[in-house]
Ligand binder design. Structure first.
Ligand code: SAM
Length: 351
């Protein structure tokens, strides 16, 4: 992160929640929407960037953001109580270590992810989460009359943009971890399936001069590809991984793709990769996903799984579930390399 601008040591000191009385712990859990949506407002309005050069009063921030001063002040006071921004003795708000994460475009920024999780299109389905639990179908699809979230985003470019920004923010640290923890020097032709705008493939190509690549995704996503600097070392191929995926690859990557889909759909997607590999025992598939901790262990993936259930129709999986899925698609799960939590690299070879 860039320089942290603490003001006069006034950073809030929220309690260690595990030390609170049990009733208070439950109330905090039950009202966590208060925190999530207040954080969303601060992120959406770009407050942290407005404070990059120093503290400002709520009135100044309200003028800059076109908002109601007293209401904005109440939001700032609330999030400052959990360490995001801090108020000084002159009533001005400034940056704290936590609010630095709400700045845009700096390494490690989570602003776009905070916006994605709080935005109306992903937030509204939670009002009907019970419906999902009753039916097993993501209520997102029902509310928006679409087959899935990707179809919705195809019709709503502004949501697609928010989603793409969130994906980049959430995978920021993993990308360098992946290239450091897996040796791509002899990966040959790397095919990134559902590779988005190509941030991972760009990192791989930068670090490994002998590697060439195919970036495979939906046409609307490839329109924003960031791979131009690699010229003909990378080919952009548009299509659907439910139909066919490009052949001729030595290493196939599926990063944060399979958790978007149910088991049958994942078997289809991995099955298309298996078909593309054909009779090539040396080819590998790298699935980069979370592995859900067993029993009661804490894991970001356990609530991300709820998000998948409500909004996407996907699943976060345990090691046992991953092994079953690989087997069903004709692969053997050879190795699991833990990288930046919650992700791991699951390395598969043709069975
Ligand atoms: C969660 S994103 C992951 C993107 C990227 N791999 C990353 O880790 O940032 C899932 C990707 O799958 C793509 N996708 C969804 N449905 C697809 C389909 N039927 N065929 C090809 N790509 C698809 C989306 O466009 C999106 O880029």
């Amino acid at each position: 992160m860039t320089a942290i601008n603490e003001i006069d040591g006034l950073v809030a000191d929220p309690p260690d929640t595990a030390m609170l009385p049990e009733s208070a712990q439950i109330l905090l859990m039950a009202t966590s929407k208060w925190v999530a949506q207040s954080l969303y407002v601060a992120a959406k309005l770009g407050i942290a960037d407005l404070l990059a050069d120093g503290p400002q009063t709520p009135a100044e921030l309200a003028t800059a953001t076109g908002t109601h001063s007293r209401s904005l002040h109440r939001i700032l006071r609330a999030v400052a109580s959990v360490g995001v921004f801090a108020e000084d003795t002159e009533g001005r708000y400034g940056q704290t270590p936590l609010s630095e994460y709400l700045r845009d475009g700096i390494p490690g920024s989570l602003r776009q992810a905070v916006i994605f999780f709080g935005e109306d299109f992903t937030w509204r389905p939670y009002g009907q989460i019970l419906e999902t639990v009753r039916t097993g179908v993501p209520v997102f699809n029902q509310i928006n009359a679409v087959p899935d979230m990707f179809a919705y985003m195809g019709e709503h470019p502004e949501s697609q943009e928010i989603f793409d920004g969130a994906m980049l923010a959430l995978s920021g640290d993993s990308i360098s971890d992946i290239t450091e923890r897996h040796n791509f020097a002899e990966a040959g032709k790397v095919v990134d399936i559902g590779g988005g705008q190509g941030f991972l493939i760009s990192e791989i190509l930068s670090a490994n001069p002998a590697v060439s690549a195919i970036l495979f995704d939906q046409a609307s996503v490839l329109d924003g590809a960031v791979t131009a600097e690699f010229g003909d070392r990378v080919e952009l191929v548009a299509g659907s991984f439910f139909e066919t995926v490009p052949g001729g690859g030595d290493t196939y990557i599926l990063k944060s793709v399979l958790h978007d889909w149910n088991d049958d759909q994942c078997t289809d997607i991995l099955g298309r990769v298996r078909e593309a590999i054909g009779d090539r025992p040396d080819a590998r598939v790298l699935v980069i996903e979370a592995v859900v901790p067993q029993l009661n262990g804490w894991g970001f993936a356990k609530f991300m799984d709820v998000e998948m259930m409500v909004n996407v129709g996907g699943v976060e999986r345990t090691e046992v579930e991953w092994r079953e899925l690989f087997t069903r698609a004709g692969f053997v799960l050879d190795e699991i390399v833990e990288i930046n939590p919650p992700n791991s690299i699951l390395v598969g070879r043709p069975a």
